[in-house]
Ligand binder design. Structure first.
Ligand SMILES: Cc1cc2nc3c(=O)[nH]c(=O)nc-3n(C[C@H](O)[C@H](O)[C@H](O)COP(=O)(O)OP(=O)(O)OC[C@H]3O[C@@H](n4cnc5c(N)ncnc54)[C@H](O)[C@@H]3O)c2cc1C
Length: 406
C-alpha cells in the first residue's frame, strides 16, 4: 500500500511541502490539515497592501487577493480545513482532530507555524489587536480610521510595517519599544537609529526603552500606561511583541524537543522521532552556513527551502532509501516595506558582532544604503535599503559565494 503522508498546517510551508512531495515522486495519499478555514494564503501583504486596501472588502475578497495559486501538482491533495489537529500519537502514527475524528499516517510533516505572543496585561480586549491571520487583518483594517490614535507595541519588522501602514491611512501613530531603536537586534544600532529618525520625520512617535505597564479603558481601550509614568491615549493598541510556535499538538511524545519550535537535524528530521519532518517557521535546525546551532528562521523564504529538503528526506525514508547527505544550507532572506523604504536582507545579520556601512548615508536612507554584517570577521549577513532589484540579486549571489561553509 502506498505510504500516507499527513501535513499539519495549511499555510505556505504546508502547501510547498505537499507540492515538493509530489515533485520528489511520492505517489501515496497526502492530506493537508489546517485550523484556518481558508486555503493557504500569503501573510506578508497583511501588514502592507492588504491592510491598506480601500473599500470594505469581505474576508473572502481579501482572501482572493492573497491566496496562493494552486498548482496542478497538488490537484489530488486532500485539504481538510477549519479543524485543528489537537494531538499526535507518533508511536501509533495517528492524529486526533478538533472535530473528534482521527487520521492515520505513515509520514508526518509539522508545518504549524507561529501565533502572536500577547501582552500579559489585564484590561479591555476591544481595541487590542494582533496580526497573523486574514481575520486579524480584517479586524485591524476596520479600526485604522483617519485620526485614530494607534499605539504599536513592539518595533520589530511587523510592528514597523503596521505603524507605517496606519500612518498612511491617516492614523496618529506611536510605537513603544523596550529594546531601543526599531529592528535594532537585526540591523544594528546605527541603522536602527537612522530608521527611527526617518520614521519620526514622517510622523511616527517613538517611545524607546519603555514598556507598556497597563492597558486603560473600561469597555474598550482608551490608552496605555508606560513604565515611566507616561500615559498615551489610544483607540487602537497593536501587540507586535513576537510569536510563539504552535507545537502543543505534538506534546506527550517523549523524545521530541519542543523548546522553541521542533528541534530537527540538518535534514529536517524531528529529533527523537522517525518519519517526522518539520518545515517553515516552526522548524529549528542547524544551518552550516553559519554554525551548528539549531535556530528557527521566521522569513518567507524558509518555508519553500525547508519544504524542498524535508520532502526529499521524508520521501526517501518512506521508500526505504538513504536521505541525500548533502548539507542543507539555505540563505535566509527577507524583505520589509515601511513608508518609502524597502529593506532586503540576506543571511543572518542578527548574528553579527560588527556592522560595516558600505554605501549611502544613514541620514538619507531613501537614497539607498548597503551594510554588511560580520561575526569574528566572517560575513554573515547583508542589508540593503532602497537598492534596485538587479543590485539586490547581485548582492544575494555575492553573499552566497562569500559565506564559508562551517
Ligand atoms: C503580518 C505578517 C507580515 C509578514 N511579512 C513578511 C515579510 O515582509 N517578509 C518576510 O520574509 N516574511 C514576512 N512574514 C513571515 C512569513 O509570512 C512567514 O515566515 C510564513 O508565513 C511562515 O509560513 P509557515 O507556513 O511556516 O507558518 P504559518 O504561516 O504561521 O502557517 C501555519 C499554519 O498552521 C496552522 N496551524 C497551527 N496549529 C495548527 C493545528 N494544531 N492544526 C492545524 N493547523 C494548525 C496555522 O493556523 C497556520 O495556518 C510576515 C508574517 C506576518 C504574520
Amino acid at each position: 500500500m502506498p505510504a500516507r503522508i499527513a501535513v499539519v498546517g495549511a499555510s505556505l510551508a504546508g502547501l510547498r511541502t505537499a507540492e515538493q512531495l509530489r515533485a520528489a515522486g511520492h505517489t501515496g495519499p497526502i492530506t493537508v490539515l489546517g485550523d484556518e478555514p481558508h486555503l493557504p494564503y500569503n501573510r506578508p501583504p497583511l501588514s502592507k497592501e492588504t491592510l491598506a486596501a480601500s473599500g470594505d472588502p469581505s474576508t473572502e475578497q481579501l482572501h482572493a487577493s492573497v491566496a496562493f495559486r494552486r498548482r496542478a501538482l497538488v490537484d489530488d491533495v486532500d485539504f481538510r480545513l477549519g479543524r485543528a489537529v489537537t494531538a499526535a500519537d507518533l508511536a501509533q502514527r495517528r492524529l486526533t482532530l478538533s472535530d473528534g475524528t482521527e487520521l492515520g499516517f505513515d509520514g508526518l510533516v509539522a508545518a504549524t507555524g507561529l501565533r502572536p505572543r500577547r501582552l500579559p496585561l489585564p484590561g479591555p480586549t476591544a481595541g487590542r489587536h494582533v496580526l497573523r491571520t486574514l481575520e486579524d487583518c480584517a479586524a485591524l483594517r476596520g479600526a485604522l480610521r483617519p485620526e485614530a490614535r494607534v499605539v504599536v507595541v513592539g518595533a520589530g519588522f511587523v510592528g514597523c510595517e503596521v505603524a507605517a501602514t496606519a500612518l498612511r491611512l491617516g492614523c496618529r501613530v506611536s510605537i513603544v519599544e523596550p529594546a531601543g531603536a526599531p529592528m535594532n537586534r537585526v540591523i544594528g544600532a546605527e541603522l536602527a537609529q537612522a530608521v527611527q529618525r526617518h520614521h519620526e520625520a514622517a510622523g511616527i512617535r517613538f517611545h524607546t526603552g519603555r514598556c507598556v505597564a497597563g492597558i486603560l479603558g473600561r469597555e474598550r481601550v482608551s490608552g496605555v500606561d508606560l513604565d515611566d509614568g507616561t500615559t498615551l491615549g489610544a483607540d487602537v493598541v497593536i501587540e507586535a511583541v513576537g510569536s510563539l510556535p504552535n507545537t502543543e499538538w505534538l506534546a506527550d511524545n517523549p523524545g521530541l524537543d519542543l523548546n522553541d519550535g521542533v528541534l530537527c537535524d540538518n535534514l529536517l528530521r524531528a529529533a527523537g522521532a522517525d518519519r517526522v519532518v518539520a518545515v517553515g517557521d516552526i522548524a529549528r535546525f542547524p544551518n552550516p552556513l553559519f554554525d551548528d546551532l539549531p535556530r528557527r528562521v521566521e522569513h518567507w523564504s524558509i518555508p519553500a527551502d525547508t519544504a524542498k529538503r524535508a520532502a526529499a528526506t521524508l520521501t526517501a525514508r518512506l521508500a526505504g532509501r538513504q536521505p541525500d547527505p548533502t548539507p542543507f544550507t539555505p540563505v535566509p532572506s527577507f524583505w520589509s516595506d515601511q513608508l518609502d523604504l524597502r529593506f532586503q536582507s540576506f543571511g543572518s545579520p542578527a548574528l553579527a558582532d560588527e556592522v560595516r556601512l558600505h554605501e549611502g548615508d544613514p541620514d538619507h536612507l531613501a537614497g539607498g544604503v548597503l551594510a554588511t554584517y560580520h561575526r569574528r570577521s566572517a560575513h554573515v549577513g547583508t542589508v540593503a535599503i532602497n537598492l534596485p532589484p538587479a543590485r539586490q540579486r547581485e548582492l544575494r549571489e555575492a553573499f552566497t559565494a562569500l559565506v564559508p561553509a562551517a
